[in-house]
Ligand binder design. Structure first.
Ligand SMILES: NC(=O)c1ccc[n+]([C@@H]2O[C@H](COP(=O)([O-])OP(=O)(O)OC[C@H]3O[C@@H](n4cnc5c(N)ncnc54)[C@H](OP(=O)(O)O)[C@@H]3O)[C@@H](O)[C@H]2O)c1
Length: 207
């Protein structure tokens, strides 16, 4: 039995949106969503992972980025998130490990620099998760997104932990992380909360 935990770690606006309206590869995360993730681009760790100079080190926000990339050994994501990243991620994408992309359209694996390989999985979330766990080398598996994929994992009861980064801005429209979930579909225990002037980080454990 693998001891890998399955988690998601996503950013939302204060009104609950994980993506703004009109999200597309040319408009990643949708209208207004960049403000929601502003904090991450100010961390030295995230900038370093993307090959960019600068940023702040030793802050709670930077520690969060370090921890989330260190703990994940494999990733699962939906095809729409992948489509945005395919044009936006650098040649050395931030994953540095296997990424299992859910889709109904088969495609050959796409090998990138730095250890990231995208595998396209056409037989569903449970299969993608099993493959990710087997490939994670004992590390945890991150359900990276997008909105539909995270909700499927919640509904299927596949998650052990999650972190939600709440930005203080409103998006007003788009795709809400928890839209349509009934109260009994997600029961959480709060584990930790911290933050900065830009964002509040909330950790939960699924029961
Ligand atoms: N705020 C954050 O932290 C954060 C993080 C990640 C992503 N996002 C945003 O989330 C948005 C994307 O989310 P989304 O809900 O639109 O889409 P998504 O979850 O990324 O992808 C949905 C697609 O995945 C495939 N899929 C999902 N479940 C499947 C299954 N069980 N079997 C086979 N294929 C399956 C289907 O692809 P096919 O149509 O190819 O069959 C489906 O159209 C993007 O705008 C992205 O920027 C935000």
């Amino acid at each position: 039995m693998s001891s890998s935990k399955v988690f998601f770690d996503v950013g939302i606006s204060l009104d609950g949106y994980m993506a703004g309206p009109n999200a597309s590869p040319g408009n990643p995360m949708g209208d207004g969503a960049r403000a929601m993730h502003g904090w991450i681009f100010q961390t030295a760790t995230f900038r370093e992972i993307l090959g960019m100079p600068g940023g702040e080190r030793g802050t709670p926000d930077d520690a969060r980025v370090q921890q989330v990339f260190a703990r994940a050994g494999a990733y699962v994501m939906g095809r729409r998130m992948f489509d945005e990243g395919e044009v936006a991620w650098p040649e050395n994408p931030p994953f540095r490990g296997p990424v299992y992309v859910l889709t109904h359209s088969p495609r050959e694996p796409w090998v990138r620099q730095g250890g990231t390989t995208f595998h396209f999985v056409t037989d569903g979330l449970a299969s993608a998760l099993a493959q990710a766990k087997a490939a994670a080398g004992g590390k945890d598996v991150r359900i990276s997104g997008g909105v539909d994929t995270v909700r499927q994992a919640i509904r299927a009861g596949l998650l052990d932990e999650c972190t939600i980064h709440v930005a203080p801005n409103l998006l007003g429209a788009g795709q809400r992380l928890l839209e349509g979930l009934a109260p009994g579909e997600m029961t959480l225990v709060p584990v930790r909360a911290d933050g900065s002037a830009l964002v509040t980080h909330l950790d939960y454990r699924f029961t």
